[in-house]
Design a protein around this ligand. Structure first.
Ligand code: PGA
Length: 247
C-alpha cells in the first residue's frame, strides 16, 4: 500500500555536465515501479526539472529557509524551489544539523514553510555513533521525530528519512536488524501521534551507504519504504540498480 521512493541526494556535487545523468537514468528506468526523485544542488534545479520533463523522475531541493522570502543572503525560499520545478525538499539532514546548527524546532518550522509552498518535506533524523554506543538510539530518534515533524503531517506532505549519522558516506551500512528496529519504532510512533491511518501510510526511507549491492536487502526490511541515497545516486548506472531494487 506504500509505494516505494528512491530519492537521490546529490549534496554539493554536480555541474551542468552532470545533467546528462538524467537522460541516461530515464533510458535505464523508463517506467520505474517506484517513485524516483533527485535532489541536485540548487544551481541545477531548474535545468534538471526541464531535463526530467516527460520522464518519471521528479526533482527536489536539499534545504529551504524558514521564512517565505526576505533579507537572507545566500538562502533559498521554498517558493523558489517550487518555482524551479521541485516537488520536495530534504530538511534537517544531519550535515545541515551539524554544519549549520539546525535544531528540531528549526526543521519543523522549515517543514511548515515547505508545505505552504506545496512541497513534500523529507525530514531526516538519525543517531550518531556515540548515541548508538550509549544505547540511546531510540530516545534520540524519537526526540528528533517528535520535535522535527510538525502537527499536520500527512502521508502526502511528509516523508521520514532515517539516516544513522555513522552510516552516511562511510560505506558502513546499518544491519537489517538495526534498520528494522528503528523503522518499526518510527512506524509505531507515527501511528500513535497521527491518526493510525496516516501513520500507516507515511513513508519511511532508510539512508546511509545504500548501494546497488545492498539495496534489495534493505528495501525488503520491515517498514522500509525506499531510500535516501547520496554517493550512489550520482551515477545513473548505480542509481538505476537501486531504483530497480525498490520497484
Ligand atoms: P550516502 O548519503 O548514501 O552517501 O551515505 C546518504 C545521505 O546522506 O542522504
Amino acid at each position: 500500500m506504500r509505494r516505494k521512493l528512491a530519492a537521490g541526494n546529490w549534496k554539493m556535487n554536480g555541474l551542468k555536465a552532470s545533467l546528462t545523468q538524467i537522460d541516461a537514468l530515464a533510458k535505464l528506468c523508463p517506467t520505474p515501479d517506484c517513485d524516483v526523485l533527485i535532489c541536485p544542488p540548487a544551481t541545477l534545479l531548474a535545468a534538471m526539472a526541464q531535463e526530467c520533463e516527460g520522464t518519471a523522475i521528479k526533482v527536489g531541493g536539499q534545504d529551504c529557509h524558514v521564512d517565505p522570502s526576505g533579507a537572507h543572503t545566500g538562502d533559498i525560499a521554498a517558493t523558489m524551489l517550487a518555482d524551479a520545478g521541485a516537488t520536495s525538499v530534504i530538511l534537517g539532514h544531519s550535515e545541515r544539523r551539524a554544519d549549520h546548527g539546525e535544531d528540531n524546532a528549526t526543521v519543523a518550522a522549515k517543514a511548515q514553510t515547505a508545505w505552504s509552498a506545496g512541497l513534500t518535506a523529507i525530514i531526516c533524523i538519525g543517531e550518531t555513533l556515540d548515541d548508538r554506543d550509549a544505547g540511546r538510539t531510540l530516545d534520540v530518534v524519537g526526540g528528533q521525530l517528535s520535535g522535527s515533524v510538525p502537527d499536520g503531517a500527512t502521508a502526502e506532505n511528509t516523508v521520514i528519512a532515517y539516516e544513522p549519522v555513522w552510516a552516511i558516506g562511510t560505506g558502513r551500512t546499518a544491519s537489517t536488524d538495526q534498520i528494522a528496529e528503528v523503522h518499526d519504532f518510527i512506524r509505531a510512533e507515527l501511528e500513535k501521534r497521527f491518526e493510525a491511518k496516516t501513520g500507516r501510510r507515511m513513508r519511511i526511507l532508510y539512508g546511509g551507504s545504500v548501494n546497488p549491492k545492498n539495496a534489495v536487502e534493505i528495501f525488503e526490511t520491515s517498514n522500509v519504504d525506499g531510500g535516501l541515497v547520496g554517493g550512489a545516486s550520482l551515477k545513473a548506472t548505480d542509481f538505476a540498480q537501486i531504483i530497480n531494487a525498490a520497484g
